[in-house]
Structure formats: C-alpha cells, structure tokens
Unconditional design. Structure first.
Length: 454
C-alpha cells in the first residue's frame, strides 16, 4: 500500500480551485485521461472555505466502497459544508450520523411511492398550464422554459403556496437563489465577502425568502384544513414520531434544500433532454409515441431522461469527508481528506458503457447499466431522497411538451457542458425551435387515470 496521495495537478491551491470550478467537465476529463480512475485535486471544501485534498474516484469498485461504507466514517454532510450558509445546518444534505437518520425518518413519509403518485396530478396540471402558454412556433431557450415549470412545481407542490401575493414575491427570489453562480458561491465559503456588493444583495434576497418561508410555515400550522392538504410542506408538518417533529428551522432548511437540489437540477436535466431529442429525430419519434400512449409510455420517457442524465451529467461529483483513516484504491487516506465519486466521469466512461457518447434510451429499458456506473442521485444510505419525485416530474413535463410540439435544434453543433454554480448547464441554454402540432396530430392520446391522493 502507498501512503502517498493519488497523483494530480501541482498548481497552486487557488488556481486549482478556480480552474476546476470554472471548467469542471473539461479539467476533470483531462485529469482522468492523464492519471486514470483515481486522482486528486485541492478544493475549498473545508470549513470556512479552507482548502482540502479531494480524491476523485472513477472506478465502480472504489465508488461502492464509499457508498456502502460506514456513514460514520464517510461523512456526506461534512462533505457538503460549503452549502451551509444557504441550505442551513438542518438540511438533510448537511447532517451526519444520528441527526441524519432522524431527519430522514421524519421526511420519508412524504416520499413514499403512494405519496409521489399523489403529487402526480398537480405536477401534470402545472406543466400543462405552463406549456399551454408557449407560442405556436419559434425559438426558445429550453432550460429557461423548464425552469419556469419546475419553479411553479416547487412553489405549489413542494411548498404548497396558494396565496397569490406571496407567490408573486417569492418567484423572483427563488429564481435568483436557485440560479446561484460561481461568483455568489464564493460568499458561501468566505463570509467576509457577504458585506460587500454584489454578495450583500444576494444575501438580502436570501433573507427575504427566509422571511416568506417562515411566514408560510406559521400560516400552515394554523390552517384548519392542514390534515387534508397533500403538498410536501403539509405532509412534513404532520410527520412526527411521538413528540418528535420537525421544528420551523428544520422545515425551512429542508424546503430550501429541495428548492436548490430539486428545482434547478431537474430543470437543467430537462433542458438537456429536449436538447438531445431535438438533435435526434428517431429518438424524438419514439418519445412522441410514448408520450401519446399515456402511462404505457412512462418507461420509455423515463429512459430518455435517464440517458440524458448519463450523457449530460448535471451534478458532477458526490463528496464524503473521512472522519478516520481509510484505504481506498491502494492509497492510505488520512482523516480530513474528501473522497469524491465522479458521477460525471462514470456516465461517459468507455470502460463501463458501450459507445458512451451515443444517445440510446434503450440502455435503461430491458437492462440497467452495471452497478455504480449510473449514479446521478448518489448511492447507499445517502442516495437522494427526491430521486423518484424528480423522475416522475420529468416524465410528466416531457409528456406535456412532446404531445404538443415538434422540437428541432436551433444550433448545428450540440451545446457543451458549462459549470454554473454547482451544476453543469448547456452553454447556450439548450436552444430549440418549436412548432405546435396540429390538433389532429394529437388525436388518440391516452389519458392517465386519476390516482386518489394519498
């Protein structure tokens, strides 16, 4: 065994951090080609933005060791400490050990299969209403259009807000915080910047959104109809074990977590999905048939979304901070090192996927990729709690778009991955040309039977 850390660039720490954050997919791909499936970089992932060694893993055997390892040794919450200032100390992404177990236990009733089906009807209605306002034809930025839909779903299905005035004030605040970029992220790591422009303005928006969220929580607690409401916030307010229930601060942190981890990521995934469909007429034709066939087409639409997530990874890596020394891939890693399964490298790894740059939804129909080679939602005990909701939401939105429009690429060359904050977005926003289908073209579309709310 080697006590040395895995190889990596020898650039100064600050240069490494800026280059990796600004050019993540290209830099990580280049380092992978040079050093193989295990390498290291220096990043500001420690407390208060301190620099730590991050060991990047792109071998499914090593990734399994991380995801299946003891959660007390592989701290996911500590690995996400850079998100503390915006998500809050009670966020499911920031908790470890017993605190995480308790929070997840209280949150899980809102994410059961029955609960997810209970959200489906409203998700479809909101998607239908938003798509119905699109022009008959023209050029649009797909990511922007998807953000509008997923934002409304967050506010109405997750937050459960119906007050028109509160909705109007929250929409631009949510959009500003969800669209956080690299510049704003520096203030999360270096708090002294928060007193200066432009960071002070961003912080003011964050504080105002918090005020509105707390006001909504207070109103909901007093709502005499709470027992009959099925939005996520109402379900969480009813979730308890004995006298143990989520506090207002815990509710706020979970709602903001779902906002940041669910709204922007799902919208960007759908933007990439439409981008790939527009560039591939044969896939679009099959997806349209699936969209028209109602629930019978769900499997294919979900496969299209999953294939877009594989080829166009929105989240590039997971992080776990070691609380004690661990040996991985032949390296003796000390406590304090961050190990990072490279979700983005695994999806296009030629050793784990046939023709990895080819877009083939069929990969996810009759078979599945090998374990730990398709991991956009993470894995193990820390797998994303909202994964099933995200896929359901994506299928319903995709169905509404494809039963109404033909989509074509607005640009000859495909978009490239461009880091924006913590996600990888299409560098032009996934521009597509729309043409509304003639009503006769939409005849025979199967409707989903309504599902009783859980």
């Amino acid at each position: 065994m080697s006590s040395a850390l895995p190889p990596g660039p020898s650039w100064p720490d600050l240069l490494q951090a800026v280059v990796v954050m600004q050019y993540r997919p290209r830099v990580m791909g280049a380092l992978h080609r040079k050093h193989g499936d295990v390498f290291s970089v220096r990043m500001p992932y420690g407390p208060s933005g301190s620099m730590v060694t991050v060991v990047i893993l792109a071998d499914p055997v090593h990734i399994r060791e991380v995801f299946a390892g003891p959660t007390g040794v592989f701290h996911a919450g500590e690995g996400n400490v850079s998100l503390l200032d915006v998500m809050g100390a009670h966020s499911l992404l920031l908790l470890d050990d017993e605190d995480h177990v308790r929070a997840k236990r209280l949150l899980m009733p809102a994410f059961t299969g029955r609960a997810i089906e209970g959200y489906r009807g409203l998700v479809a209605d909101l998607a239908r209403a938003e798509v119905g306002r699109w022009p008959d034809e023209g050029r649009v930025v797909a990511v922007d259009r998807m953000q509008a839909i997923t934002l409304e779903i967050i506010l109405r299905v997750i937050f459960g807000i119906t007050d028109g005035r509160r909705l109007e004030e929250m929409r631009p605040l949510v959009k500003a915080i969800a669209n956080v970029g690299l510049l704003q992220m520096f203030a999360w790591r270096y708090r002294r910047l928060q007193k200066l422009p432009p960071w002070a303005g961003f912080l003011a928006k964050q504080r105002r959104l918090d005020e509105l969220i707390y006001a909504e929580i207070a109103d909901r607690r007093e709502d005499p109809g709470l027992a009959g409401r099925e939005d996520l916030l109402s379900r969480l307010l009813r979730s308890r074990e004995g006298d143990d229930a989520l506090t207002d601060a815990e509710l706020r942190d979970q709602l903001v977590t779902f906002l940041l981890a669910g709204h922007e990521t799902t919208a960007t995934t759908l933007g990439w999905t439409l981008h790939e469909i527009a560039h591939r007429p044969e896939v679009q034709e099959a997806a349209v048939r699936a969209a028209r066939s109602g629930p019978d087409g769900d499997a294919y639409l979900e496969a299209v979304v999953k294939e877009a997530m594989r080829l166009r990874p929105v989240i590039f890596q997971a992080t776990r901070t070691l609380t004690e020394p661990v040996t991985i891939a032949g390296y003796d890693l000390p406590a304090g090192v961050v190990v990072s399964p490279a979700l983005g490298l695994m999806g296009v790894h030629p050793g784990h996927h046939d023709d990895p740059l080819d877009f083939r939804p069929e990969r996810f129909l009759d078979t599945s990729p090998p374990p730990n080679t398709w991991i956009p939602f993470g894995g193990g005990a820390r797998r994303c709690i909202g994964a099933t909701f995200s896929l359901m939401e994506s299928v319903e939105i995709l169905r509404e778009v494809l039963t109404r429009y033909d989509v074509a690429p607005a640009d000859g060359a495909p978009d490239r991955l461009q880091p924006r904050g913590i996600i990888n977005a299409p560098h032009r926003g996934a521009r597509i040309d729309l043409r509304r289908r003639h009503p006769a073209d939409r005849a025979g579309i199967k409707k989903r039977r309504s599902v009783p709310r859980a």
